[in-house]
Design a protein around this ligand. Structure first.
Ligand code: ADP
Ligand code: MG
Length: 732
C-alpha cells in the first residue's frame, strides 16, 4: 500500500446515514448510554446485556406463600392512596385478583406525579403481568414495589414472559433508563451498515446484524440471545481475520529472495548431527523450506516446548538461506541468550561454521555474534563481515532490528521470542533485505498456545508446532515443597546434594537479586523468613556445612557481562556444581549434565516461566528433578495452581492453563499490538471453530477485494478496530 493510500485509509470512513446518538436518543437516554463509554450507535448496540432475567412460570395468587418470588397474571380491582404518616409522600394500594384469590400491591411514593403515573396504568379492569416477592403486612399477603406490565393488544402475556435484559449500570443511571435507551437505539439499528457480507452469514447459519441486535436487546427467548451473541463473536473474529488477511496481502507486495538451494550446507549439517531429526522436526523443516522458497516473504510462528528441538530446525532454514547465496540472522531477547545461541550454533556447525579458518571446510560459512557489550574493535570487525556478506549467519539481540546494521543480503530472520509474541517488530523487517527485498521471518516461541488463540492473536503468521520431544531428553519430574513442611525442605536439599555427588549439576532460582530489593514485607508464615535473593541464598548455601564440598556460582542480570559469561561457561564446563541465579537462566541455557533445580518462592513465577525454568534440567541423558519451593498457604489457590503445573509436562496443556487463569492480555508481550486487548465477544480458547471459519471466509474475501471496496461496512469496522487497538498499529 502506498503512503497516500495509507493516509486515506486512516481517515475515518463513514458509511453515511447513521445519525449521532444525540439525534436519536432523548437527553435522559443519551445520558444513560454515555455512561457506557460508547461513541456511536454501532458500539452501543454491540454491547450485550450483562445477563437476562427470565420471568418464572406463572403462579396463582391463591397458592402464593410469604417469601416466595412470584409472577402472575391478574386483573386490577381497586386502587387507593393515602398520605404517609411520618414523612411526605403517599402509599398506593392496588388490589388485584386472578380468580383464585386477591392480594394487594403496595407502592411507597415520594412524589405526587408518580402516584398519578401508576394510577393511569393501573385502572380497575386492566390485566397486568406482575412479579415480585410476597410479603406480609398485618397478616395480609402483599407485594411491595412489584414489577408489572399492563397487558393489551401490544403487550401480550407472551411478551411479558420474555427474557429481560439487565445492563451494566454506572453512576445514578437506573436499569429502567438504560433499558429505555437501548429500546430507542434499537429502532435505529436498520441504519447500521452490515459488516459481514450476507452470503457469509448464510453460510455460517447466522442471523443478520439487525436480527442479532434485536435478539440481544429484545429477545423472545434465551435461545435468541445466543444467536445474537454468535453473530457478534463471528463478526469480531471476521474483522480481525480480515485485518490479518490484508496484512498478509500487503506483505506479499514486497518481493523476497526465494531460498531454494538444497545444499551443500544443509546436507552437511544433517550428516554431522549426532541424532536423526524426529518426524515432527522433518515435517516442520519441510514446511518452512517450502515457504521460504517462495518469492514473497513468509512469516511463520514456530512453536514448541523448551527442548522440542526448534533450534536445529531453525538452523537448517538459516543454512538454506546461506546455500541460496543469502544471509540469515538469529535474534534473541537477551545478550545471555544470544551468546548461548551463538555457542550452540558454533557447536552444531563445527567445521561448517569456520569459513576462512584452517579448521574450516571449503563449503563453510562464517558465524558472527553481534551484541551491545562487545568492544568497539571487535564490533567493527563483525559489522564489516555482516555488510560484506562474509558472515552467512549473524546472531544478535532484538536490538539488531532497530540498529542500522546493513546486511549484504539478508534472506531470513529467525526471531527467538521465548515466551512473548513481540511480532510487531517483525513488521519493521520488511525491506531490510537486498535490493529492497524483504527477508523471510520465522518467529520461534517456547510458549506454545492453542492454535485458535494463536490465530486470533498473531493471525498473520502461519502457525507450525513441534509437539513431540526428541527422545534423547530424559525429561523432568516436578514437586511442590511448601515452606511449612520443614522435613520436605531438608529432603529437597538432600536430593540436590545427591545429584551433585553423582557428578551432575543443579540450579537454584531466586525471584530477585537481593532481599534489599524487596519492597513488600517478606512472607514468612512460620517465622522462618529464609532469605530468597540470589546474593543471600548464595551466601547461605556457601555457609551451609552440608554444601561444603559443593562448587557454587552466582548469576544475575546486574553482574558485568564478562562475569555472567564466565559463570555460564563454568557451568557448561562442569567447573561449577551449583548455580544460584535469577530467571536469566530461564531461556536457552543448555547444560546437558544439569539434573536438579530448586525454585524459591515459586508462586511468584508465571506458568510459562516455571515451565521454561524446569526445561533447563533433564536436557541430557539424566532425568531432571525440580522442586517448586513455596510459601503459599496450605489449601490456597496458589498452592493448587503450582500443583497443577508440577503435574503436567505438556507445554500446550500448560499454555491452556495459563490462558484460562490470566486471559490473553497477559500472555502477549506489551509491545504486541493491542488487537487482542480489545477482544469483546470472542473467547480465544473456546471459539476455535468460529476463529477458523472466520479466517477462511476473510481470506477468501480479501483475495478478491483486498481494499474492501465492495464492503464499506467491513472496511469501516476494520478501521475502527485498528484505531481502537492502537493508534500506532497502522503505521507499522
Ligand atoms: P528448543 O530450542 O526447542 O528448546 P533445542 O533445539 O535447543 O530445543 O533442542 C534441545 C536439545 O535436544 C538440544 O541439545 C538438541 O541438540 C537436542 N535435539 C534436538 N533435536 C533432537 C533429536 N531429533 N534427537 C535428539 N536430540 C535432539
Ligand atoms: Mg533452544
Amino acid at each position: 500500500m502506498s503512503g497516500d493510500e495509507e493516509t486515506m485509509r486512516r481517515a475515518p470512513r463513514r458509511t453515511g446515514g447513521v445519525p449521532e446518538l444525540s439525534e436519536m436518543l432523548t437527553a435522559r437516554e443519551l445520558k444513560a448510554a454515555r455512561t457506557l463509554g460508547v461513541a456511536d450507535l454501532g458500539h452501543l448496540l454491540r454491547l450485550p446485556p450483562n445477563r437476562y432475567v427470565v420471568p418464572g412460570p406463572l403462579n396463582f395468587l391463591g397458592d402464593m406463600t410469604e417469601g416466595e418470588e412470584v409472577s402472575a397474571v391478574a386483573t386490577v380491582r381497586d386502587v387507593r392512596d393515602r398520605s404517609m404518616r411520618n414523612r411526605p409522600g403517599s402509599i398506593l394500594s392496588v388490589l388485584i385478583d386472578d380468580g383464585t384469590d386477591a392480594i394487594s400491591l403496595t407502592f411507597f411514593l415520594a412524589k405526587a406525579h408518580l402516584v398519578a403515573w401508576h394510577r393511569k396504568n393501573l385502572r380497575p379492569g386492566v390485566r397486568i403481568h406482575v412479579s415480585g416477592t410476597v410479603g406480609n403486612h398485618n397478616g395480609e399477603r402483599q407485594i411491595v414495589h412489584p414489577d408489572y406490565v399492563v397487558l393489551d393488544e401490544d403487550h401480550t402475556i407472551d411478551e411479558a414472559m420474555r427474557p429481560i435484559p439487565v445492563y451494566p449500570l454506572r453512576g445514578r443511571v437506573t436499569q429502567a433508563a438504560m433499558r429505555q435507551a437501548f429500546r430507542s437505539a434499537l429502532e435505529f439499528a436498520p441504519l447500521l451498515p452490515d459488516v459481514i457480507p450476507s452470503d457469509i452469514l448464510r453460510e455460517q447459519g447466522l442471523p443478520s446484524l439487525q436480527e442479532a441486535l434485536a435478539a440481544l436487546h429484545a429477545p423472545h427467548t434465551i435461545d435468541d440471545t445466543r444467536r445474537g451473541m454468535a453473530h457478534l463473536a463471528f463478526e469480531e473474529a471476521f474483522v480481525l481475520q480480515t485485518i490479518f488477511a490484508q496484512r498478509r496481502a500487503a506483505d506479499e507486495l514486497t518481493p523476497a529472495p526465494p531460498l531454494r538451494a538444497e545444499g551443500p550446507l544443509q546436507g552437511l549439517l544433517r550428516d554431522r548431527l549426532p541424532f536423526t531429526l524426529t518426524q515432527g522436526q522433518e515435517e516442520v523443516a519441510a514446511a518452512i523450506a517450502e515457504r521460504i522458497s517462495r518469492d514473497m516473504p513468509t512469516s511463520v510462528l514456530l512453536q514448541g516446548d523448551v527442548g522440542s528441538g526448534k533450534t536445529v530446525v531453525a538452523l537448517l532454514a538459516m543454512l538454506r538461506a546461506v546455500d541460496s547465496g543469502h544471509q540469515a540472522a538469529l535474534l534473541a531477547p537477551t545478550e545471555v541468550l544470544a551468546e548461548q545461541h551463538h555457542r550452540t550454533i558454533m557447536e552444531l556447525l563445527g567445521e561448517l561454521g569456520r569459513a576462512g579458518r584452517i579448521d574450516g571446510v571449503p563449503e563453510a560459512t562464517r558465524v558472527r555474534l553481534l551484541t551491545g557489550s562487545q568492544r568497539v574493535a571487535r564490533r567493527r570487525e563483525t559489522l564489516l563481515d555482516v555488510t560484506s556478506g562474509e558472515a552467512g549467519l549473524v546472531v544478535g539481540t532484538h536490538a539488531l532490528l532497530t540498529e542500522s546494521v546493513e546486511f549484504a543480503s539478508l534472506g531470513l530472520v529467525v526471531i527467538d521470542e521465548q515466551h512473548r509474541f513481540g511480532v510487531d517488530h517483525r513488521r519493521r523487517l520488511r525491506t531490510r533485505g537486498a535490493d529492497g527485498r524483504s527477508p523471510h521471518v520465522v518467529v520461534m516461541t517456547a510458549t506454545p498456545i492453542p492454535r485458535s488463540a494463536a490465530l486470533a492473536i498473531v493471525g498473520d503468521l502461519d502457525v507450525l508446532s513441534l509437539r513431540e520431544m526428541p527422545s534423547r531428553r530424559a525429561g523432568t519430574t516436578s514437586f511442590v515443597v511448601p515452606e511449612t513442611q520443614r522435613s520436605w525442605h531438608d529432603r529437597m536439599w538432600e536430593r540436590v546434594l545427591e545429584e551433585v555427588r553423582a557428578g551432575r549439576q543443579a540450579f537454584v532460582v531466586c525471584p530477585r537479586i537481593n532481599d534489599a530489593d524487596e519492597t513488600e514485607a517478606p512472607v514468612a508464615p512460620d517465622g522462618g523468613g529464609a532469605p530468597r535473593g540470589v546474593e543471600e541464598t548464595y551466601e547461605r548455601l556457601r555457609a551451609d556445612p552440608r554444601f561444603a564440598d559443593v562448587r557454587i556460582g552466582m548469576l544475575h542480570g546486574r553482574l558485568p557481562a564478562e562475569e555472567k559469561q564466565r559463570s555460564m561457561q563454568a557451568m557448561a564446563n562442569r567447573e561449577l556444581d551449583l548455580l544460584v541465579a535469577t530467571t536469566v537462566i530461564e531461556v536457552g541455557v543448555d547444560v546437558p549434565t544439569a539434573s536438579a533445580m530448586v525454585v524459591l518462592d515459586a508462586e511468584r513465577f508465571g506458568v510459562s516461566q516455571l515451565h521454561q525454568l524446569r526445561g533447563r534440567v533433564g536436557r541430557g541423558e539424566h532425568p531432571g528433578i525440580v522442586f517448586f519451593a513455596t510459601t503459599a498457604a496450605p489449601g490456597s489457590e496458589s498452592l493448587e495452581h503450582l500443583g497443577r503445573i508440577a503435574g503436567t509436562q505438556d507445554g500446550f496443556e500448560l499454555a491452556r492453563l495459563d490462558l484460562e487463569r490470566r486471559g490473553v492480555g497477559d500472555l502477549v508481550g506489551s509491545q504486541q499490538s493491542g488487537l487482542h486487548r480489545t477482544l469483546r465477544h470472542l473467547d480465544v480458547l473456546h471459539d476455535s471453530e468460529v476463529i477458523e471459519a472466520a479466517r477462511t471466509s476473510a481470506a477468501a474475501l480479501v483475495a478478491v477485494d483486498a481494499d474492501l471496496d465492495a464492503h464499506p461496512g467491513l472496511a469501516e469496522a476494520v478501521d475502527d478496530r485498528l484505531r481502537d487497538a492502537d493508534p500506532d498499529v497502522e503505521r507499522s
